[in-house]
Ligand binder design. Structure first.
Ligand code: ZN
Length: 395
């Protein structure tokens, strides 16, 4: 998963005489309704190769070939943005399937090109899922449609000193082992049910939950977690919530009933409705702001014609598109100028204008090319009434 530590590692990589080839590729199906990734990719590679001299090309050919193979044989894994970083000379190969679109770029340099990855990390909300049960706690991070489990390190050092909990990303083997232990722990305490024993357990459980949430503060801050989901039995969830202090509690987006031994994929599946509900709420707020701003003459526009005009002037900061937008338009075959209305010939270069079925594809491409963020809205009546597309402007 893409996180700060990973980004730091990438940023600190040095070519040592070899090159890095970094591909950023927009594979969002909503912005590629025609599914013509292949053409975009081939054009990008072709023009990059043409810009290199023979000696340079020789030194990056293995990387370009590897990237090309990957793009053509892994299409079923595409999400919205694909990032590949290759340096055969440094034995580096990184693959990121992102849940957000990125601007198409193929960059060759002495270090990996990481700036767009940093932007992605800054702009999209991260969720933490805290799973709590009697004797165990697990923590997951959901970001850009991916889930990763983190685990606890108990450093019980000097006697009398309280142990410190640190959460760290689990490797796959560690996750399996951890899950096996979680299962055992859960079963171990169910047999005995005398009052005395129950009280003992209650105290113990409470201590455990306090332990589990103790490391949460620094974890949430360090990993820049925006929202938290609490999972477990009703009892565990309410106990946990009761023990959280306000700064953390304010970030709780919801809770779920979950088994301690759930796999990361199962956790992703049961928490998805909360993540999606949160995103829908965000979308509604975004559309509300957009419409208010545009109607009051602020730095925002609504409808295909005004959005395209703003794109042409490179004023778009973020583009807001309805998922099922079916607007048609016209694009210049010569200079790529986009128009919502039929004009003939191209007002910029006099070239021939061609009809396009999916205006959103072309608008999205233009927006990404000028570094704008794209926000796809799933379903929104208000936005639909304003042409299904709008934009916040830089100026
Ligand atoms: Zn033109």
């Amino acid at each position: 998963m893409l996180d700060r530590a990973e980004l730091k590692e990438l940023a600190s990589m040095d070519g040592k005489g070899s090159y890095y080839v970094s591909l950023y590729f927009n594979v969002d199906p909503i912005l590629n309704k025609r599914g013509d990734y292949d053409i975009h990719f081939k054009n990008m590679v072709k023009s990059k190769i043409e810009s290199l001299d023979k000696e340079q090309y020789k030194r990056v050919k293995a990387d370009i070939d590897k990237i090309t193979d990957y793009v053509f044989s892994n299409r079923r894994m595409f999400k919205k943005g694909l990032v590949l970083i290759s340096s055969a000379g440094n034995s580096v190969w990184k693959v990121y399937h992102l849940g957000v679109p990125v601007r198409n770029e193929l960059v060759i340099g002495k270090t990996p090109y990481t700036e767009p990855l940093a932007d992605v990390l800054d702009n999209y909300e991260k969720f933490a899922v805290l799973l709590v049960e009697k004797e165990d706690a697990r923590i997951f991070v959901i970001h850009l449609g991916e889930i990763v489990e983190y685990s606890e390190i108990h450093t019980s050092g000097v006697p009398g000193k309280h142990k410190q909990d640190v959460w760290f990303a689990l490797s796959k083997t560690a996750a399996t082992k951890h899950m096996a232990n979680a299962g055992k722990g859960g079963l171990g305490v169910t047999g005995l049910r005398t009052d005395h024993y129950q009280r003992h357990i209650d105290t113990h459980v409470r201590m455990h939950v306090e332990d589990a949430i103790k490391g949460l503060d620094s974890f949430v801050e360090g990993e820049r977690i925006g929202r938290i989901i609490i999972g477990g039995s009703d009892e565990a969830v309410s106990m946990t919530k009761g023990l959280l202090h306000k700064t953390i509690l304010d970030k709780v987006a919801g809770d779920v009933k979950a088994e301690m031994f759930a796999t990361p994929d199962e956790v992703l599946k049961i928490t998805m409705p909360i993540v999606e509900a949160y995103e829908r709420k965000q979308e509604e707020e975004t559309v509300g702001k957009l419409i208010t701003l545009a109607l009051s003459g602020g730095a925002a526009v609504l409808g295909p014609a005004d959005v395209i005009a703003a794109l042409r002037e490179k004023r778009v900061m973020s583009l807001v598109i309805l998922k099922d937008l079916h607007a048609e338009g016209f694009v210049c075959g010569n200079c790529g100028l986009l128009s919502a209305r039929k004009v003939e010939p191209c007002p910029a270069c006099g070239g021939k204008m061609e009809h396009v079925d999916y205006l959103a594809d072309s608008a999205g491409e233009l927006a990404i090319r000028q570094g704008a963020i794209i926000e796809v809205v799933n379903d929104n009546k208000q936005l639909a009434e304003h042409g299904g597309i709008g934009a916040f402007l830089r100026f």
